[in-house]
Design a protein around this ligand. Structure first.
Ligand code: T3D
Length: 259
């Protein structure tokens, strides 16, 4: 990996976007490496929580605009999305382990899309979110049109898209885009503390919860209830369910294995 750092320790995989000279703009290589790292975290049984952050003062400034100018006239942005960002966002949503975004600075354009595709966001009080797409004459992509209105509602999402205004962390919290805002120097330790706690949790149940919460958006109530019964059957057969019940009855902390 040349554009990101990938590290696994204490059941937590950490992905650090690492092109600080461009505010961690996404080159094709960084899109591919981030996607590969997420897939690797998904396959690795030792990984029970994933963290994603940016090196330097930004989370990510989105698509590398210097690369855009080097494109041939026949270049297809649609294909670029299909083969790049769409794979990245789909991998994040399909990864059945919690992903924490430690949002250390500005998250713009596709960088905002990646931040929103994390399951939980802890933002530095210096962070901001910006749908920079319209500034370069584009529509939002990288899942933003699906993710953002669900978090903040259509009017706020549309406003962010057409103004490209920077939404500071405090307002993002008020709008429901982030779970916590902490002083800048505490963002990393807060994210690690949360990840450590999640990595000791019932990983299978966390993963199935992520799956069902995404799937039920498009379901009727009867379909959602049926799907709950189906997945609860799976969770109910897990070692963690047995351990959780036993631990409650024995009045002790549960020791979950994630299985
Ligand atoms: O094309 C497709 O495939 C479709 C996909 C599109 C997805 C998208 O993400 S479209 C949106 C692309 N992103 C942007 O339009 C954001 C561009 N950046 C900015 O607006 C600003 O940089 C920020 C608001 C993010 C931060 O502003 P500021 O003032 O804190 O920093 P800065 O001075 O603008 O940037 C610092 C350096 O990073 C600077 O380089 P230099 O002058 O120090 O050598 C700047 O050029 C570089 N940089 C920032 N963003 C990008 C970038 N370099 C390449 N690509 C960038 N996106």
């Amino acid at each position: 990996m040349e554009t990101i750092l990938y590290q696994v320790a204490d059941n937590i995989a950490t992905i650090t976007l690492n092109r600080p000279e461009t505010l961690n703009a996404f080159s094709d290589q960084m899109i591919d490496e981030t996607t590969s790292a997420l897939k690797q975290a998904g396959r690795d049984e030792a990984v029970r929580c994933v963290m994603i952050t940016g090196n330097g003062r930004a989370f990510s400034s989105g698509q590398d605009l210097a690369d855009v100018t080097a494109r041939a006239g026949s270049f297809s942005i649609g294909d670029h999305l299909r083969h790049g960002y769409n794979q990245l966002i789909t991998t994040m949503i399909a990864l059945e382990k919690p992903i924490i975004g430690a949002i250390n600075g500005v998250a713009a354009g596709a960088g905002c899309g990646v931040a929103l595709a994390a399951d939980l966001r802890i933002a530095s009080d210096r962070a901001s979110f910006m749908l920079a797409f319209s500034k370069v004459g584009l529509i939002p992509d990288s899942g933003v049109n699906w993710l953002l209105p669900r978090l903040v509602g259509y009017a706020r999402a549309y406003e962010m898209a057409i103004t490209a205004d920077k939404i500071p962390a405090a307002r993002a919290y008020e709008w429901g885009m982030v779970n916590r805002v902490v002083p800048h120097d505490q963002v990393w330790e807060t994210a690690v503390a949360w990840a450590t706690s999640l990595a000791a949790g019932p990983t299978l149940a966390y993963g199935l919860t992520k799956r069902i919460m995404h799937k039920t958006w498009d379901m009727s109530l009867p379909e959602a209830l049926a799907y709950e019964a189906y997945l609860q059957e799976v969770a109910g057969r897990s070692a963690d369910n047995k351990e959780g019940v036993r631990a409650f009855l024995e009045k002790r902390a549960a020791h979950f294995t994630g299985k």
